[in-house]
Design a protein around this ligand. Structure first.
Ligand SMILES: *[C@@H]1O[C@H](CO)[C@@H](O)[C@H](O)[C@H]1NC(C)=O
Ligand SMILES: *[C@@H]1O[C@H](CO)[C@@H](O)[C@H](O)[C@H]1NC(C)=O
Ligand SMILES: *[C@@H]1O[C@H](CO)[C@@H](O)[C@H](O)[C@H]1NC(C)=O
Length: 303
C-alpha cells in the first residue's frame, strides 16, 4: 500500500512537472473564422457593432493572402507553404504547426468544423455545407497522417458536448459552415449567426473559464486593398476589465500563432509567427513583456 501510494505520488509529480505553465492571459482560446469581408463593412454591420463593445477591437489586423485557403493554412502553420488556391493540397509531414507546440507542453486542442461528414474527413467537400478549404488541419501531413491527431478534427456538434461537459480543450479552432461564415451569404447573416452562437456562451460558466474568443475574417473582399484589412475582435472572460477598448497594434493571422505561443511559453515555429507579421496581442504581450514591432509601412498582403 505504502509503495503504491509513493509510486502514484511520484507519477503525479512527474505529470505536474511536464505541464505547461499557466497561461499569461488565458487558459483556453477559441478561434472563429468568418469569410471574405472588408474591415469597413464588418465594423459597420449592426450585429458586429453590438458585439464590439463587449470585447477588444483589433482595428489594424490583416489577412495574409487571397483566396481563402492560404489564410487558413498560414494561421496554424506560420506560412502559406506555397498554397495559392482553394484546391486540395497534401502538405509534407515535415511541416510543423501550432499543434506540435501545444502537444509538446501537454496542452489540448481540437478543431470544430461545422457539417464535416465524419471525424478526420479528408474529402474536398461534401454535398452539404462543409468545405475542406476552410479546414487547414486536414492539409497538414503532420496531422492528417497521424491517426491520434486526426481524431481531434471533429464536428461542431462535439463543441456543444465539450462545452456542456466543461471539457473545452486549451486551443479550439472553429470553422462555421459556408453559410454561417458569410461566404455564401452576407456579413449580416454571419453577424446574426455569431451573435446567436456566442451570446449564450458568453454567460455560460462551462465556457467562461479564463477563455479568450478571437473572431476574425480570413481575407478582405476587396483584392485591391493591398493591406488585406479585416476585422478581429477579442471576447470572453479573458478580456474582463478591458472590454470596450481598441488595440491598434499591427497584427496578421500569424498573430493567432504567436499569441498562443507567448501565452503559454511554447517557443515558436520560426516562420511568419516571428517578426513584424507575428506581433502578439497586447492582452498577452502586456503581461509577458513581449516587445512588438511598430509597423509603419505595412507590406502588401494581397497576393
Ligand atoms: C488547459 O485546459 C485544462 C482543461 O480546462 C485546464 O485545466 C488547464 O488549466 C489548461 N492548461 C493551461 C496550462 O492553461
Ligand atoms: C502522432 O500524434 C501523437 C499524439 O498527438 C504524438 O505523440 C506523436 O508524436 C505523433 N506522431 C508523429 C509521427 O508525428
Ligand atoms: C470575468 O467576469 C465574469 C463575470 O463578471 C466572472 O464570472 C469571471 O470569473 C471573470 N473571469 C476572469 C478570468 O476574471
Amino acid at each position: 500500500m505504502l509503495f503504491k501510494k509513493f509510486a502514484s505520488l511520484t507519477l503525479l509529480a512527474a505529470t505536474a512537472f511536464a505541464q505547461a505553465p499557466k497561461g499569461a492571459a488565458f487558459d483556453h482560446i477559441v478561434i472563429i473564422f468568418l469569410e471574405n469581408t472588408d474591415y469597413a463593412l464588418a465594423s459597420t454591420d449592426s450585429y458586429f457593432q453590438a458585439l464590439i463593445p463587449q470585447g477588444i477591437l483589433l482595428d489594424n489586423y490583416h489577412g495574409l493572402a487571397h483566396p481563402s485557403q492560404p489564410n487558413y493554412i498560414a494561421s496554424i502553420g506560420g506560412s502559406t507553404h506555397s498554397v495559392t488556391s482553394d484546391s486540395t493540397y497534401n502538405l509534407s509531414p515535415s511541416y510543423s504547426t501550432i499543434v506540435d507546440l501545444l502537444e509538446a507542453k501537454q496542452l489540448t486542442w481540437k478543431t470544430y468544423q461545422e457539417n464535416i461528414p465524419s471525424v478526420c474527413y479528408t474529402g474536398s467537400s461534401s454535398s452539404s455545407l462543409y468545405y475542406r478549404k476552410h479546414n487547414p488541419f486536414v492539409s497538414y501531413g503532420s496531422i492528417y497522417k497521424n491517426s491520434t491527431r486526426c481524431k481531434n478534427v471533429v464536428s461542431a456538434t462535439q463543441f456543444t458536448t465539450d462545452v456542456n461537459n466543461g471539457a473545452l480543450p486549451n486551443y479550439s479552432f472553429y470553422t462555421p459552415n459556408i453559410k454561417n461564415d458569410g461566404h455564401d451569404t452576407t456579413v449580416a447573416y454571419a453577424g446574426q449567426w455569431l451573435t446567436g452562437f456566442l451570446t449564450p456562451l458568453l454567460s455560460n460558466s462551462n465556457f467562461m473559464k479564463n477563455t479568450l474568443v478571437v473572431v476574425t475574417f480570413d481575407e478582405a473582399e476587396d483584392y485591391s486593398d493591398t493591406t488585406n484589412h479585416v476585422l478581429a475582435l477579442l471576447l470572453g472572460d479573458a478580456v474582463n476589465g478591458t472590454a470596450n477598448t481598441v488595440d491598434s497594434t499591427y497584427y496578421t493571422h500569424y498573430s493567432l500563432i504567436s499569441t498562443v505561443e507567448n501565452n503559454w511559453g511554447l517557443g515558436n515555429l520560426n516562420l511568419g509567427d516571428v517578426g513584424q507579421l507575428g506581433n502578439v496581442f497586447n492582452l498577452v504581450a502586456s503581461k509577458t513583456g513581449y516587445q512588438n514591432v511598430a509597423v509603419t509601412n505595412p507590406p502588401p498582403l494581397n497576393n
